[in-house]
Structures are given as C-alpha cells and as structure tokens.
Design a binder for this molecule. Sequence first.
Ligand code: ATP
Ligand code: MG
Length: 361
Amino acid sequence: APHAPRTFRIAAIPADGVGPEVVAAGRTVLDALAARSGGAFAFDWTEFPWGCGYYEKTGLMMPEDGLDELADYDALYFGAVGWPSVPDHVSLWGLRLRICQNFDQWANVRPVRFHPGVVSPLRAADSTELDWVVVRENSEGEYAGLGGRNLAGRGPGNEVALQTALFTERGCERILRFAFDLARTRSEQKVSSVTKSNAQQYGMVLWDELFARVAPDYPDVATESVLVDAMSAKFVLHPEDLSVVVASNLNADILSDLGSALAGSLGLAASANLNPERRFPSMFEPVHGSAPDIAGRGVANPIGALGSAALMLDHFDLPAEAARLRAALDATTAAGVLTPDVGGSAGTDDVVGAVLDHLAG
Ligand code: ATP
Ligand code: MG
C-alpha cells in the first residue's frame, strides 16, 4: 500500500545577516525535493522574524513566549544570529542558546565534508574521501553560563571574573554514548574523545574516566583519547584517521570551525542541534555566523545551510532524499559553481539554481 503523504511542519528562523539569504536557499531546495517526491512528502513552513532587528524594536531577541510557539514543530531551520548593533552574548543567549537549552538539544552534530571542486588548504586533501564528524556536547561544559563578574571587586583594575565549566556524569555519558552510536552507523567505526585533562583536572578527568567506562559497551568501535591541542594538529596532519570526534562544548566549537576551514570555507559546514529523545524539536543550521561583512550582497555560500537541510532530511528519516541533496551539492561544486569564499564568482542564487538543475537531472 502506498504510504500516506507526510507533511513536515518546519519553523524557519532566518534571523540576522546572511541568515535570511541562506534560509531562503534551503526552503527553495527542500520545496523542490518535495515537489519531485510525487506527493510522498511535503514541507509546511512558518517563518519567525526574530533576531537583532526584532531586538531593536522590542528589546528582546524573541518573544517571551516564543519557545511555546516553536514547541510543536517537527524541526527548526535556523539562519544565523548576531549583528554589530547588539552585543554578541546578548543576541546569542537571547535566541540561539535559549532555544538549544530549553529544547534540550544536547547533541550538536557537525560533519566535516570535503567538496569536489573546492580547494582545501590541506596538503593531502585533493581527496574528497576525507569525511569525519565532530560531535559537540551542547548543553553544559564551558558554555553553561556559570560564573560572574566583579566577584572580589576591589575597585577599578582589580576586577575578578569567573567562568565556570560544568561537567555532569549524565551530560558526559549521554554525549559519549551518542558518539559511539553514531560511529556504528559509519564505515569507519572509531571514536576519538578530546579533552584537556592534563591541565583541567576536574571536569575533563571525569570525561576521560567516563569515556573509558563506556567504551567496553562498544567493543566493535575503536577508540582513542586525545588532548585538544594534539587533536588540532591531527585535523591538519592526519585527518584520514578520524571518523567521530567527540568533545566538550568549547573544544568542539573550535574544532568544528577548524574542520570547516580545512574543507575550504566556513560557508560549507552544516550542523544539527539534536534532542535525541525527540521530546522537543531539533534545530538545523549552518555552522557559520551572520557574516555582516557580506550580508545583503547575494554572495553568501548556501552550501552550509543546504547541508544542514540534508541533516534535517536524515532526521525525518528520509536518507535517500538526503543523499540525493548531497549529491546535488557535490555536482554543483564539482561543476565550479562556487561563491567568492571558495574562490568563485557565483552568487547565492546561482548556486541554488545549479543545485535545482542537478536535482531535476
Ligand atoms: P559567530 O560569532 O556567529 O560564529 P563569526 O563572527 O565567528 O560569527 P561569521 O559571521 O561566520 O563569523 O563570519 C566569519 C567569516 O566567514 C566572515 O569573513 C564571513 O564573511 C565568512 N562567512 C561566514 N559565512 C559565510 C557564508 N555562508 N558564505 C561566505 N562567507 C561566509
Ligand atoms: Mg564563530
């Protein structure tokens, strides 16, 4: 019997800078995929005009009850947050981190993919075989928001600020198990756990101990435990050794930017903020920020946002559609339809047009 058509309700939050440009690209491409599906599935979009422009009018990045408005969607498709007129920590905590924390999106998946036709600064990376995933703990760690300013304040010049990292057994263990489960779905079954436990002797040592405790439950998965400084070098020198790299909030944030730069541009990198229990919607967004320097010029690279749309298709259990989309992205870059950040002269719309052509072909 034919499947009933499925309609996925998606909340789009384009927000700031290049966010609206790349979210529009994602909507166009996803709608084209749905149109080709012969009615098998469809997307029902609602757009929420939140972000720094909203803040300038209301003093809030999103409405007080905004989370309630989002709670029943099947997924959130996010652009980017931040604009020079609003302090970065205000805009980030007021929108993106508020959503991540309240919807318990504790696993942040950031694939590092190399694209045919895009020059990588890596010596060894004419190979598009390179492919690994950074799994970022997304609910605690260094971004727990704990600490304070002026704690032992004795006047100007003597301010003391504490920024406390929080590591819980539950938080660490669930992200480590998530990484092992993800490794089992990949051709190379290996997890690299990253800490700085030689210098940070409480939380990071707990993490290392839990990694050692969890690993025997996955005897089929190879493991290594690597310090973050050494892992930074490894990203550049031996990326072929990597499959799943799991790290704390800050360390994985930095490593995933490094990974996307190695692939050729921050504009290429995709990301999923997952609530693996599916109690709340998960959020799909490019890794890059709002890029104020190029916003509004029609030259933003949409590949990161489109790769995030592919991760959303995976989440909707449409792996064949996700693969179709990734193949169209690869065909587009291979044909040299590239935005300026990756050495081309195409605009966002040219890339979208080429992706649509490859989907149709
Ligand atoms: P955030 O704090 O939100 O991470 P950021 O200040 O670190 O933001 P981005 O806004 O991501 O950084 O921009 C960093 C650089 O990368 C800028 O020069 C920007 O133009 C470039 N960049 C980011 N995203 C894209 C994109 N989609 N296409 C082209 N260039 C991009
Ligand atoms: Mg950044």
